[in-house]
Every structure is written in C-alpha cells, then in structure tokens.
Design a protein around this ligand. Structure first.
Ligand SMILES: CC(C)(COP(=O)(O)OP(=O)(O)OC[C@H]1O[C@@H](n2cnc3c(N)ncnc32)[C@H](O)[C@@H]1OP(=O)(O)O)[C@@H](O)C(=O)NCCC(=O)NCCS
Length: 204
C-alpha cells in the first residue's frame, strides 16, 4: 500500500466529495477528528473552507485562535482523502502547554499503512519555512499510533502534562527543525509531493 503516489495539498472545493467522505467516515466509525479544526460540524465544505481560509492570515484569524495552515492528504490512484494535518504557526497559552504546533488524523479505514508518518514528514519542511525552529507535538498518553508517528519523525520526549479541561495526560515531544538538521526542502504549499521521495530520503 505504501508505494502509491500521494499528494499533500491545501483543500479546495474541488475535493468537496472527498472532504465530506472523510468527515462521514469519522461520524460513522467514531474517533477523534484531529487536525482539521471544525470539520466535524461542517456538513457544507464551503463553511469549513471559509474557516480554513480565515486562519491562514493573522488579520482574519478569529480572536483566541492562532493562524494555521490546513493540508489534506490525497491518494492519487483513487482520489481518496486519507488524512488531514494542520500547522499552527505559533503558540497561544493553550497550544504552548497542550496543543502544540501540529494536529493530524487518518481515516479509520486507512490506518497502519504509514500515512500519518508520511504526512508528518511532509509538513516538517513547511514548518521550517514558516520559521518554526523547534516543533512541539503533543500526544494523549496511550495513543501508541501517534507516539510512534512522532518518534519516527525525530520527536524527542520532553514531559507529560495533565490537561484538566479534558482530564487527560499529554506527552510533549519536540522535533528539531534547525537548519543544520537538513531534511527535505519544501516545494511549495500547492505542490504535489511524491511520498516515495520522502521515504527514500528517510532511508538514505
Ligand atoms: C494516530 C493516527 C494519526 C496514526 O495514523 P496511522 O496512519 O495509522 O499511523 P502510521 O500508519 O503512520 O503508524 C505509525 C506507527 O504507529 C503504529 N501504530 C499505528 N496505530 C497504532 C495503534 N493503534 N497501536 C499501536 N501502534 C500503532 C504503526 O504500526 C507504525 O509503527 P511501525 O512503523 O513500527 O509499524 C491515527 O490512528 C488517528 O487518526 N487517530 C485519531 C486521531 C489522533 O489520535 N491524532 C493524533 C493526535 S496527536
């Protein structure tokens, strides 16, 4: 399954059906729809895209939120949207303690195929381009899939914190994005990225 070409792109109405199918899969199977903001509540893709667009720039970001960039991960062979990932450009108090820079999820039927690991690898150069030098990702204690995804992308465990509002423990991990660490160069937000290339560079 891992040898298909994938593309990480910003969402548009062109992907309306895929976006709603992704949302529906979570509504049917349950689970946390992380890394896509209010998609769960948006049965009209336009409404979700309007919020995604507003969050791109500080001037249009609603109070209490921080600017962020949204990506969807598309499998080219069948056009299916298999995952989402979001970069928060900087911290507010909540993100600094609990949320971190990144949120992501993979469709329930597409898990354990390496997609989360690939998506995270593909957004690291984009984070670097945004000026993020040290990337914080937090993961609910016991979420083995997310923990491994972070570790496989160079995450270093820092500490575990208790988030009272959700009565849960969160593990905090940092990924060093400083220049000397090298890594893939970003080819642009809209660029189609061959996940194969990323894997090859990971294995190099
Ligand atoms: C966490 C999540 C994104 C993982 O996505 P995924 O595409 O299945 O992850 P990958 O296939 O890249 O797997 C990464 C590693 O974790 C392992 N893994 C994945 N799910 C696992 C699970 N439920 N239990 C144990 N290991 C798991 C994989 O086997 C792989 O390790 P390996 O290479 O040693 O085999 C997905 O389960 C999800 O969307 N969960 C709900 C939302 C969420 O928790 N988001 C993260 C918020 S921080």
């Amino acid at each position: 399954m891992r040898d298909q070409n994938m593309k990480l792109i910003e969402p548009t109405m062109e992907y309306d059906k895929q976006i709603q199918a992704y949302r529906q899969e979570f509504l049917d199977f349950g689970g946390s729809m992380d890394g896509c903001g209010p998609l769960r509540r948006c049965d009209r893709t336009e409404d979700w895209l309007a919020q995604v667009e507003a969050l791109k720039r500080p001037e249009t970001t609603p109070p209490g939120m921080v600017p962020s960039t949204q990506y969807i991960y598309i499998r080219e062979s069948d056009g299916k949207m298999v995952g989402v990932i979001q970069i928060r450009h900087y911290f507010n108090d909540f993100l600094e303690k609990y949320g971190g820079h990144i949120g992501y999820s993979v469709a329930p039927s597409e898990r354990r195929k390496g997609y989360a690991t690939q998506m995270l690898a593909l957004v690291l150069p984009k984070c670097r381009k945004l000026g993020i030098k040290k990337l914080l990702i937090s993961c609910i204690q016991g979420n083995e899939g997310s923990r491994k995804t972070i570790l496989k992308n160079g995450g270093i465990y820092e500490s575990t914190v208790y988030e009272e509002a959700h009565e849960r423990y969160l593990e905090r991990y940092w990924i060093d994005l400083s220049e000397e660490k090298g890594g893939e160069e970003d080819t642009g937000a809209e660029a189609e990225i061959d996940a194969d290339k990323v894997r090859k560079s990971e294995n190099a």
